[in-house]
Each structure stands twice: as structure tokens, then as C-alpha cells.
Design a protein around this ligand. Structure first.
Ligand code: ADP
Ligand code: ADP
Ligand code: ZN
Length: 215
């Protein structure tokens, strides 16, 4: 079983993924988290990826594809996988489509979370993330119980470098140009479930979980 979360930055992919992995047997695979941890470790991948991420641009396909290959080979195959933030270009989607038969896997559903642009900007600039476990919070819409402390693990919250207004605007542009075409890509393959992301977190999750329960 393979599920993909598609949607612009700030749509709520990570927030929904947290609930999906809590309730369904899915291994979470976020290329953004993997890249950020490589940057933190300052390893070869991190050194290559950093410049792109800081500018709000996409990391080159070959680097991202290598990450996903390694990650998929690690899987025990019993559980399903939940992709957040991958694929993000048509090239990545074509790679995945070609790689799946060898892995004995297929894509079961692609959720496209749709949110208005002004709301995305507010969500991203008010986002705070746990430095230990990656859980997303929002100053206004989803604050932690104790200020700046993660509810899940007690870690410190921080603001991502790329959540500044300027970089957010660039990321939204990049999304429109390079990632949005994937909506049609998956629609023509009959895999797309559009989700109205302009609702509160639990409202969005209700829509997603009802589709997932029927798979
Ligand atoms: P993505 O992974 O798509 O970039 P996140 O899940 O990190 O998005 O959510 C972006 C920000 O918006 C976070 O601060 C999160 O707490 C907040 N958020 C997520 N879903 C909603 C929602 N339905 N309504 C309001 N705020 C939300
Ligand atoms: P968000 O959902 O908030 O946009 P992510 O955590 O998914 O953020 O991604 C952060 C950054 O990591 C992106 O702006 C991009 O530079 C890089 N990145 C993540 N996933 C990919 C991908 N599949 N292809 C290329 N770059 C990626
Ligand atoms: Zn945490």
C-alpha cells in the first residue's frame, strides 16, 4: 500500500500525516524531513541540498530519487508507506511509477490538499516545528500546550529558515510551476482524491480518513 500526500507548502500535509500514521499501518516518508536532517548533520547530501532549500527551490531530482530508492529498499514490505512531499516533479512521479513493479508495490491513493494562497502564507509564517521529532504547530491555529515546547516529546520548537515571508513566496511559485502539474498526472490515472484543506485540522482529517478506511 502506498499513499501520497500532495499539496502546496503549508497545506497541512505533515499535520494530516501525523494523524494518518496514528490510525493506519503506514510508514511515514517525508523527503523534506530527510533533507533537513542531512543539512543538520552537514553530510554530503545536506551540503548539496542546503543551497536549494534556503532559496525555496527544489533539490535536484537525482538527489531526491536516490533518497527515496534507499528508503524504499529499507521497507519490510508488510506495512504501507505514506509519502509526504514526494513526488514533487513530473520526473519524480515517472521514476516512482517505473520503480514500483520491482518493489511489488502500487500507489493506492493520492490526496491533493487544496488551500487558498493567503491562508497558506499565514499558516507557513506562523508555523513552529519540533527540533526533535518534527511535529508541526502553529502560533494561532494549533499552539502547543506549553509555549515553545512539543506536546509529543518535550522538544524545543523553532521556526524553519525557509518559513520567512520571502522564501514562502518563492516556494509557492515553485509549487505552481513544478508540482501542481502532478494533480492532472494522478487524475488521469484515476488515483486522485481532492481534499478541501480550508477546514480546521479535524475536518480535513475526517475527509481523508473516510477515504482511507474504504481502501
Ligand atoms: P505542510 O506539511 O503541508 O507544509 P504543515 O502540516 O506543516 O504543512 O502545516 C502548516 C502550518 O499550518 C502548521 O503551522 C500547522 O500547524 C498549520 N495547519 C495545518 N493544518 C491546518 C488547518 N487545517 N487549519 C489551520 N492551520 C493548519
Ligand atoms: P513544505 O511541505 O513545507 O514545502 P518540505 O518539508 O516538504 O516543505 O520541503 C522543504 C524543502 O525541501 C523544499 O522546499 C525543497 O527544497 C526540499 N524538498 C523536499 N522534498 C523534495 C522533493 N521531493 N523534491 C525536491 N526538493 C524537495
Ligand atoms: Zn517533538
Amino acid at each position: 500500500m502506498l499513499i501520497i500526500l500532495l499539496g502546496p507548502p503549508g497545506a497541512g500535509k505533515g499535520t494530516q500525516a501525523e494523524r494518518m500514521t496514528r490510525d493506519f499501518e503506514l510508514t511515514y516518508i517525508s523527503t523534506g524531513d530527510i533533507l533537513r536532517s542531512a543539512v543538520k548533520d552537514n553530510n554530503e547530501l545536506g551540503r548539496k541540498a542546503r543551497q536549494y532549500m534556503d532559496q525555496g527551490r527544489l533539490v535536484p531530482d537525482d538527489l531526491v530519487v536516490d533518497i527515496v530508492k534507499a528508503r524504499l529498499m529499507d521497507e519490510d514490505g508488510k506495512k504501507g508507506a505514506l509519502f509526504d512531499g514526494f513526488p514533487r516533479t513530473v520526473e519524480q512521479a515517472v521514476f516512482l511509477e517505473k520503480a514500483l513493479p520491482d518493489l511489488g508495490a502500487e500507489i493506492n491513493r493520492v490526496f491533493s490538499i487544496e488551500v487558498e494562497e493567503s491562508e497558506l502564507i499565514e499558516r507557513l509564517t506562523g508555523r513552529r516545528v519540533c527540533s526533535d521529532c518534527g511535529t508541526s504547530y502553529h502560533l494561532k491555529f494549533n499552539p502547543p500546550k506549553v509555549r515553545n515546547v512539543c506536546d509529543q516529546c518535550g522538544g524545543d520548537l523553532y521556526q524553519r529558515d525557509d518559513d520567512s515571508l520571502e522564501t514562502v513566496q518563492e516556494r509557492l511559485k515553485v509549487y505552481k510551476k513544478q508540482t501542481e502539474p502532478l494533480i492532472d498526472f494522478y487524475r488521469t490515472r484515476d488515483l486522485l482524491s481532492p481534499i478541501d484543506g480550508n477546514q480546521d485540522i479535524e475536518g480535513v482529517y475526517k475527509q481523508i480518513s473516510s477515504v482511507l478506511s474504504d481502501l
